[in-house]
Design a protein around this ligand. Structure first.
Ligand code: G
Ligand code: G
Ligand code: MN
Ligand code: NA
Length: 255
């Protein structure tokens, strides 16, 4: 209960902070950065989401947390510099677990956050797990399509975990599929993980989705994934999640 009360206050007192982890193209240039929330606790130091997301969920605070993250992430992303000489500025990816398509205020919340920040619509990616993107009613899909038409992209997060099924990918309102790091781990060493990765890459390519590999930790994994045709990469091989100022510096330095 104590942590729950503190978490409510943390959102008001801006004790939460966002770190950003780059997603890079095959050329190493930053295409997107995923916003990952941390809690800068006055006594306990930096607390990771594994510790406080379950508390937020139990206290029914996930929606409020997602709203805070969304508003903060788009505001920070609106002033990022370009990631290369051609002036392309990276997109920002926000995880949603408590604010979901189908919530009565979903469209309005996203709309207000983006317009208040002045972020171009095509620089926002919303990451949800497959279960939150499947079997949505027509009214919800219509709202999502409004955002998609404006340039927002939806990503299937952690694809391949739980009861994910390859055949269902084709019916999801998602432009991006993030291959779970559980499969990425074994792509260079195990035939079965490589087979799964190949199947996901081939299917996503066939239906026009972008496939992002998560949790890329070494050069062998990267080489295999690149040969398979993965479009973009995220993981410690390229960069860890870093505070906003550090991310901005990383962009200024270039690839
Ligand atoms: O790197 P990290 O320890 O930040 O992430 C741990 C888990 O917490 C991941 O599953 C990630 O998707 C989730 N997570 C991180 N930041 C956020 C956030 O801002 N909102 C939500 N809903 N989940 C997040
Ligand atoms: O569930 P989601 O994919 O949103 O969570 C991102 C999580 O993955 C964060 O906890 C982040 O710190 C973690 N992560 C990012 N890159 C790597 C990596 O290369 N290896 C591992 N093991 N975890 C990673
Ligand atoms: Mn994610
Ligand atoms: Na993920």
């Amino acid at each position: 209960l104590r942590m729950e009360t503190q978490l409510r206050e943390a959102m008001v007192n801006d004790e939460l902070v966002l770190h950003f982890q780059p997603v890079v193209g095959p050329d190493g240039r930053v295409q997107t950065a995923e916003a990952l929330v941390r809690w800068q606790h006055p006594e306990q130091g930096l607390i990771f989401p594994d510790k406080f997301l379950p508390v937020a969920e139990a206290a029914d605070l996930l929606g409020e947390l997602d709203r805070w993250v969304l508003r903060t992430a788009v505001r920070e992303a609106a002033v990022w510099p370009s990631a290369g000489p051609d002036g392309v500025v990276p997109s920002v990816a926000v995880n949603l677990a408590g604010l979901l398509p189908g919530d009565p205020d979903f469209l309005e919340t996203v709309h207000d956050a983006v317009t208040d920040a002045g972020l171009p619509w095509d620089r926002l990616v919303l990451e949800l797990v497959e279960t939150c993107l499947a079997d949505l009613p027509a009214t919800t899909l219509r709202e999502m399509n409004e955002l998609i038409a404006a340039g927002v992209r939806f990503a299937v997060d952690d694809f391949g975990t739980g009861y994910s099924s390859l055949s269902r990918l084709t019916g999801l309102p998602a432009q991006i599929v993030k291959l779970d790091r559980g499969f990425v781990r074994g792509v260079a060493t195990g035939e079965s993980d490589r087979a799964v990765a190949r199947a996901v890459v081939d299917l996503t390519a066939a239906i026009g989705q972008v496939c992002v590999a998560e949790g890329v930790e070494d050069a062998d994994q990267f080489a295999v994934l690149r040969d398979l045709g993965v479009h973009a990469y995220q993981g410690w091989l390229f960069a860890r999640a870093v505070p906003g100022e550090e991310f901005t510096e990383l962009l200024r330095r270039g690839p």
